[in-house]
Ligand binder design. Sequence first.
Ligand SMILES: [Zn+2]
Length: 230
Amino acid sequence: MKVASWISDFFSLLYPDLCPACGNNRQRGEGEICLYCQDNLPRTNYHLQADNPVEQRFWGKVPVFRATAFFFFRKGSPYQSLLHQLKYKGNCELGRFLGRCAAQDLFASPDFRSVDLLMPVPLHVNKLRKRGYNQSACIAEGLAAVLQKPIDTKSLVRSVENPTQTRKGVYERFRNTEGVFSLIDKQAVASKHILLIDDVLTTGSTLEACVHALREADDVTVSVFVLALA
Ligand SMILES: [Zn+2]
């Protein structure tokens, strides 16, 4: 897959009109990925399913009202390169595009339509400076364009840069992510329904830590949206 993603990066430099997922030619007006890949995206449709597997990941950990992922992601699938482009290659427009596609689906769910505020999982300020953008904020911008909701990138901050490298194990990792995020403006989220946004859901411990921090505010409801479910 490394070679495949290297080749796809190389070709996207030479031929920017190639689809970043399948590598085929992209027609004008097709969007950031070709229509074939858009149609074949392995959507979860979990926004229409209560108690879905994404929601179950938070059970017994933190209270989450609704949670969903836009599509399933498997190692080696053509869609893996989308996430790579988004996270490491500065393709923020791809994140916005996928966010807009996902929001058109989310619109069918009254639970997701009722969110007040979109909140991308924050990067630590040092990482943001180094990378130059927050990939989750790109997704949030796409969602916001369709859902017509404001984005908050100020109230929640990542105050600890990288806690997971020093210790190992899932339990330790979770313990370790507590206190990683700080809610610096409680008023901004009080009595609101917040949609937390991230690119990929793996262990869920980062999102758990965010929910934990948001609950410092009064009467807050938190839902979760991730682009891809690993
Ligand atoms: Zn394609």
